[in-house]
Design a binder for this molecule. Structure first.
Ligand code: G1P
Ligand code: ZN
Length: 543
């Protein structure tokens, strides 16, 4: 089999962001764009000869073409084997599971998560290391550096692999194994949760809807929830994955998952509702007329972990990203376990999990997970909740009310201003930064400012340092306003404002978060001059 060395030149802008390299499909379709990035990965990850690579994606437009290119490049670069999901599909948590289970060298995951898909929308690629988790920053930076120096990439001349057939194929000296995309992941879930208890719950007078949003979790949810756990057919809605996600925006939040939200807030609403995103790593949890914030969801999971067989002996510790609310911190304190605060992005949890320091972790951005894989995991979170509901036999709302009585409520909301002019976005953050000294001691929204800083993190395991991870305004009473620029967007800049205020008084726990946080929202506008700099007076998305 002929290996071609294709001459190429560096292409600007290939620095991986919060979660890999993301760009418009049209950018990825430019000559050499994908190949340059993949060769840069192969060049810096170490000795790959004789090793196994896991490959799969969320099935979005350009997934199949990208998979064929990568298989041919893997063969040319000396991998012994590629494990690829049937049809080129692997959800992000399933890819992490497969990397770990078969002790692969690493994996390439093709996804732009919840970003819309289709010829005019987004594509993405990220490299995960042998622990199944996103490559840490030293690796992503090395990949980026390589993209700026690349002069050639290697690819074999071969026919495409039949991705729809499970089986073993060869490409030169390399084996390509097309695997069932769901089976390994489903088996892992069965080993974690009390499937009998969940089956019992689903057989009762309990109604449940799962929205796969025409994205990758459709086949996973149908197999696990309907076939294995006996949920009635039709429990999974929008279960057929589509290359353009049905024209939708598969981000499971109150704005984009409106079909599910309408069902859970409608007449005759079911007891439980959940959704996952484009690549299956995010989740949204709803009760009957009730929304569980991701920060609260993590806290409830930590407080109830021993109800789940895999965690019945207790959890080692928890971790949350910095902007995530401190609800889980209170549970950790009560349990007497450590709680780590990391920068935004799942890659920062990997070292803590590998070192056995944390079992559960989560982000306010609808991501929760555990050390069963090294990615956040949407269906895992849904099964976790079903397991809790099966054991406690209470409604979602009453579980939360009970939780807040015990720990107090961390009112929380994130306001996103999407597709803002990049220069204006930088000005907004800089304006707050310029007031770091003067804000200290001032009273804003009836609270005294204790400290302002740019969040920096030193990884307690490997000592690596990450700076500029969000502008923080911290108040004496524990309330917080945080400003951050998104690292996953593909058009202009996205400003995220994270707002948090703690309330112990149970008579105030029923307040709507936007009402409870109204004065904090005003304060955020006032200190950042966001409306003046951006010309926006309200957020694009509120979660
Ligand atoms: C966003 C979320 C972050 C998450 C990432 C990948 O990143 O905020 O928590 O890890 O997507 O799903 P951002 O766009 O804020 O950089
Ligand atoms: Zn995702």
């Amino acid at each position: 089999m002929r290996i071609k060395s294709m001459p190429t030149q560096p292409i600007a802008g290939q620095r991986p962001g919060t979660s890999g390299l993301r760009a418009k499909v049209k950018v990825f379709q430019q000559p050499h764009y994908l190949a340059n990035f993949v060769q840069s990965v192969f060049d810096v990850i170490g000795d790959i000869s004789g090793q196994t690579l896991v490959l799969g994606g969320d099935g979005r437009y350009f997934n199949r073409e990208a998979i064929q290119i990568i298989i041919k490049m893997a063969a040319a670069n000396g991998f012994a084997k590629v494990l690829v999901g049937q049809g080129g599909i692997l959800s992000t948590p399933a890819a992490s599971c497969v990397i770990r289970k078969y002790q692969a060298f690493g994996g390439l995951i093709l996804s732009a998560s919840h970003n819309p898909a289709g010829p005019d929308a987004d594509f993405g690629i990220k490299y995960n290391i042998g622990n199944g988790g996103p490559a840490p920053e030293q690796v992503t930076e090395a990949i980026f550096k390589r993209t700026t120096e690349i002069t050639a990439y290697k690819i074999v001349e071969a026919d495409d692999i039949h991705l729809d057939e499970i089986g073993q194929f060869s490409m030169g000296d390399m084996q390509v194994q097309v695997i069932d995309a769901v089976a390994d992941y489903a088996a892992l879930m069965q080993g974690i949760f009390d499937f009998d208890a969940i089956r019992g719950l689903l057989a009762q007078d309990f109604s449940f809807v799962f929205d796969a949003m025409h994205a990758v979790t459709g086949p996973y949810a149908t197999t696990i929830l309907e076939d294995m756990l006996g949920a009635p057919k039709g429990t999974v809605i929008n279960g057929e994955p589509k290359e353009d996600f049905g024209g939708g925006h598969p981000d499971p939040n109150l704005t984009y998952a409106h079909e599910l939200v309408d069902i859970l807030y409608g007449d005759d609403a079911p007891d439980f509702g959940a959704a996952s995103d484009g690549d299956g790593d995010r989740n949204m949890i709803l009760g009957n007329h009730f929304f569980v914030t991701p920060s609260d969801s993590l806290a409830v999971m930590a407080a109830n972990a021993t109800l789940v067989p895999a965690y019945q002996d207790g959890i080692a510790g928890v971790a949350r990203s910095m902007p995530t609310s401190g609800a889980v911190d209170r549970v950790a304190e009560a349990l007497g376990i450590d709680c780590y605060e990391t920068p935004t992005g799942w890659k920062f949890f990997g070292s803590l999990m590998d070192a056995g320091k944390v079992t559960l972790c989560g982000e306010e951005s609808f991501g929760t997970g555990s050390d069963h894989v090294r990615e956040k995991d949407g269906l895992w979170a849904v099964l976790f909740w079903l397991n809790i509901l099966a054991v406690r036999q209470e409604s979602v709302e009453s579980i939360l009310a009970d939780h807040w009585v015990k720990y107090g409520r961390n009112f929380y909301s994130r306001h996103d201003y999407e597709a803002v002019d990049s220069a204006a976005a930088t000005q907004v953050l800089q304006h707050v930064r310029d007031q770091f000294e003067s804000l200290k001691g001032q009273t804003l929204a009836g609270r005294v400012v204790k400290l302002c800083d740019d969040f920096a993190y030193t990884d307690p395991i490997d000592g690596s340092i990450s700076t500029n991870q969000g502008v923080r305004v911290l108040f004496e009473d524990g309330s917080r306003i945080i400003f951050r620029l998104s690292g996953t967007g593909t058009s202009g800049a996205t400003i995220r404002i994270y707002l948090e205020s703690y309330e112990q008084d149970t008579t105030k726990h029923d307040l709507d978060a936007q009402v409870a946080l109204a004065d904090m929202i005003d304060a955020a506008h006032q200190i950042s001059k966001l409306p003046e700099f951006t010309g926006r007076d309200k957020p694009t998305v509120i979660t």
